[in-house]
Write a protein that binds this ligand. Structure first.
Ligand SMILES: Nc1nc2c(c(=O)[nH]1)N[C@H]1C(S)=C(S)[C@@H](COP(=O)(O)OP(=O)(O)OC[C@H]3O[C@@H](n4cnc5c(=O)[nH]c(N)nc54)[C@H](O)[C@@H]3O)O[C@H]1N2
Ligand SMILES: Nc1nc2c(c(=O)[nH]1)N[C@H]1C(S)=C(S)[C@@H](COP(=O)(O)OP(=O)(O)OC[C@H]3O[C@@H](n4cnc5c(=O)[nH]c(N)nc54)[C@H](O)[C@@H]3O)O[C@H]1N2
Ligand SMILES: [Mo]
Length: 669
């Protein structure tokens, strides 16, 4: 808890959905923050989105009182952002808001599946389990799958048996790093920092990407690839390794299905593989040397391991899971798994070092199975849900903005009673009946893990919550107490202690130090011992072509791919409205085949089968001719949200949204 002892520098940490999970020192009087120099991974450096935390806490447009809707919902309109009052929201007391909500939930007590809980990763941690615990105790409907990383997670689990990678600092031991589409300048600044440090020490870096991401500045070499086709390039390399007899018998013995995989790969046509990924043979041959120095190779290839980075971008495709599985297989077969300086990095689970606590509701029937909707097609699922969803609780998720087909999602929220725990009047809050304002990070206490490194951080409360804002845990505890029968939570300190059990440190000592390192081997799968029950590795069973693949001979209606990529300056949709004025920008290659058909002087639209949005164009010569890049997460209500024209498609594994398989074209008026 915040003590008024005159002390101004407090330890806290970032709870945003970012792999780096930085530790902060906060000057609570000056309302500034900096990197905690004592934290080994944060290493004295924090990124722009973290450093701007107080801008968000102190933003004039922040919602600081509970609000209820007094006029009927009008639905979300693209490019038409009306204000709170115009939309018909009025301030109400916390008691008033929670009583209304409790009445609705009590009325649905016998039909818990008519209640839907939609939770994102907008806030993370141990106390953050509160909403998950309350709604699982009620037996409410829930969501599964993801908009982010589940295809790659499922792929890694199928391959290795577990989601695991080397300690990120082991990148410094790599002789070479091959980066399959991680945006080193934007998505994980500390991975970027490690790569930069490794390069200073002599490590060479090659990036494979469709371009438009500034990877040239981070790499000694860049190979441009057709979007969504990395599995074909990896398969070509694996085939060459097989032909050249370049695979060690130790590796072969560590695999459960070597013969079947060998047969699959040897049946593939090498020219066809390179045609599909649009990579020149000489570039593919060069890449082979980055993985497996061949007899007679130049001396800088002759020694040392190759580490593989896999960005989330490569798996947001219809066959995104296969993309990851073929890259992992390449890493293994070239002798780079289970090795210092090698490894294949996707991510780890950020919750794996945190204990889970439970809510308790004596007298309430225990739910054994809950109705669950796949998140990538949530809008459409709700349309058909039987029994229909009557009540929706959204927290930590700008779901209307982030799911494909945002307008359908907004429409699906029109009928049910929607509660949104949200600090800003974003696309989702606009669809709510009640908006509850949460205390944000630095305004409340929390413990968080990372999906990249092995530290658990203390996110201490450094300042008081603004206005009437309250921590999500407190909101949910008060709501639980109002339900019949009531749902009770353990005290916050008890939750935090349970959260720290896997770390094995005392809560007070942890609060004072601000972080703890957890015990994981620095090399994953050492000795080629994998986490499947038999200890063996598993290869992908198939290599599938993309049904939407662009065929050079055809003249498809929507020949381009829309890559809605991460933006460096803000966290997802947590962007001030003032930064979303004018038309959103797209990047296209000067060789883009659609450029000939548009009038550069007139209005230009980005069109998909779902609709179109007005944009302005910037040329980027590094981009693949068939790729269009838009920075994601702009608000639909401000005309900046690409999900208004992105269709719901699902990846081959993990029920992940295949967002970058979206086909598109450029249009003039
Ligand atoms: N500043 C900031 N940082 C963030 C976030 C944020 O919103 N803002 N979000 C966080 C979250 S939740 C996530 S999941 C991560 C996202 O982290 P990233 O994975 O870096 O982000 P993406 O934009 O999904 O993917 C970016 C990269 O994928 C490449 N790419 C796209 N398609 C392909 C392909 O077919 N093949 C190859 N080889 N490359 C391809 C693009 O060129 C781009 O460089 O970032 C996290 N960090
Ligand atoms: N087109 C397209 N769409 C995508 C992606 C893509 O590549 N292309 N990638 C996606 C990815 S990688 C991800 S991870 C998801 C992200 O989707 P979201 O998880 O919806 O991400 P945000 O837009 O950051 O929304 C999080 C919300 O949580 C709120 N919040 C912050 N702190 C707190 C708190 O303490 N309590 C509560 N109650 N709320 C809080 C913020 O104000 C914010 O509105 O969407 C994705 N959507
Ligand atoms: Mo994500």
């Amino acid at each position: 808890m915040l003590k008024n002892n005159g002390e101004t520098s407090r330890i806290s940490a970032c709870i945003l959905d970012c792999p780096d999970a930085c530790s902060f020192l906060v000057d609570s009087r000056a309302r500034t923050l900096r990197a905690n120099p004592a934290h080994p991974f944060t290493n004295g450096f924090i990124c722009r989105k973290g450093a701007r935390c107080f801008d968000r806490l102190d933003a004039p447009e922040r919602i600081t009182r509970p609000l209820v809707r007094t006029k009927p919902k009008r639905g979300l309109r693209r490019g038409k952002a009306v204000g709170l009052a115009q939309e018909g929201f009025e301030a109400v007391s916390w008691d008033g808001a929670l009583d209304v909500i409790a009445d609705k939930l009590n009325a649905l007590a016998d039909l818990p599946e008519a209640v839907l809980h939609v939770r994102g990763h907008g806030y993370r941690g141990v106390l953050a389990q509160a909403s998950l615990n309350l709604f699982s105790t009620l037996g409410s409907s829930t969501i599964h799958g993801s908009l982010c990383d589940e295809a790659g997670i499922e792929a890694c689990i199928r391959d290795f048996g577990a989601l695991e990678h080397n300690d990120p600092s082991d990148l410094l031991n790599a002789a070479r790093i091959v980066n399959w589409g991680k945006d080193l300048g934007r998505s994980s600044p500390h991975t970027g920092l490690l790569v930069r440090e490794a390069r200073k020490r002599g490590t060479r870096v090659l990036t494979i990407s469709p371009g438009g991401d500034g990877s040239e500045g981070w790499s000694d070499r860049v190979i441009r690839i057709r979007p969504g086709t990395d599995r074909f390039l990896a398969a070509w390399l694996i085939r060459r390794l097989m032909e050249l007899d370049g695979i060690s018998q130790d590796v072969v013995r560590a695999c459960a299905d070597w013969e079947a995989f060998r047969a699959l790969v040897m049946c593939l046509n090498p020219e066809d593989l390179l045609l599909r990924c649009d990579v020149e043979r000489s570039h593919a041959e060069e890449l082979l040397e980055w993985y497996a120095p061949l007899p007679g190779a130049a001396s800088d290839y002759a020694v040392g391991p190759t580490a593989t980075l896999i960005g989330w971008g490569v798996q947001r495709y219809l066959y995104g899971g296969q993309n990851v599985r073929f890259i992992n297989a390449l890493s293994l077969l070239s002798g780079n798994i289970g090795r210092v300086g090698g490894g294949s990095y996707f991510n780890i689970a950020s919750g794996r070092n945190l204990g889970s606590w439970r809510a308790d509701s004596p007298g309430r029937p225990v739910t054994t199975s809950r109705r669950s909707f796949p998140l990538p097609s949530l809008a459409w699922e709700l349309e058909w849900a039987d029994p229909p969803v009557e009540f929706v609780w959204v927290d930590g998720h700008n779901v209307v903005n982030q799911v494909p087909d945002s307008l359908a999602m907004a429409k699906a929220l029109q009928r049910p009673f929607v509660v949104c725990v949200e600090a800003f009047f974003n696309d989702t809050a606009r669809c709510a009946d009640v908006i509850l304002p949460p205390a944000l990070m630095l305004e409340r206490e929390e413990i968080v893990g990372s999906c990249l490194h092995h530290y658990v951080n203390y996110s201490g409360q450094a300042v008081l919550p603004r206005g009437e804002c309250r921590a999500d845990y407190d909101i949910l505890r008060d709501l639980g107490a109002r339900l019949s029968p009531p749902v009770r939570f353990p005290e916050p300190d008890e939750c935090l202690r349970i959260g720290l059990v896997p770390v094995g440190v005392d809560l007070d000592a942890f609060r004072a130090k601000g972080f703890a390192r957890t015990d994981h081997p620095s090399v994953a799968f050492e000795g080629l011992k994998f986490a499947h029950p038999d200890g063996l590795y598993r290869f992908p069973e198939a290599l599938d072509p993309d049904p939407l693949e662009i065929d050079q001979d055809d003249d498809p209606e929507f020949p381009l791919r829309l890559l809605s990529l991460v933006r460096g300056t803000y966290m997802h949709s947590q962007i001030p409205e003032s930064e979303q004025q004018g038309l959103p920008e797209i990047l296209v290659s000067p060789d883009n085949p659609d450029l000939d058909d548009v009038d550069p002087e007139g209005p230009i639209f980005l069109a998909t089968p779902l609709g179109r949005m007005a944009v302005r164009i910037r040329l980027d010569a590094s981009l693949h001719p068939h790729a269009v890049v838009i920075r994601r997460d702009g608000w639909v209500s401000l005309g900046h949200g690409p999900n208004a024209i992105i269709e719901p498609q699902v990846t081959d594994m993990g029920d992940c949204a295949a967002l970058y398989s979206q086909c598109c074209r450029l249009e003039s008026d």
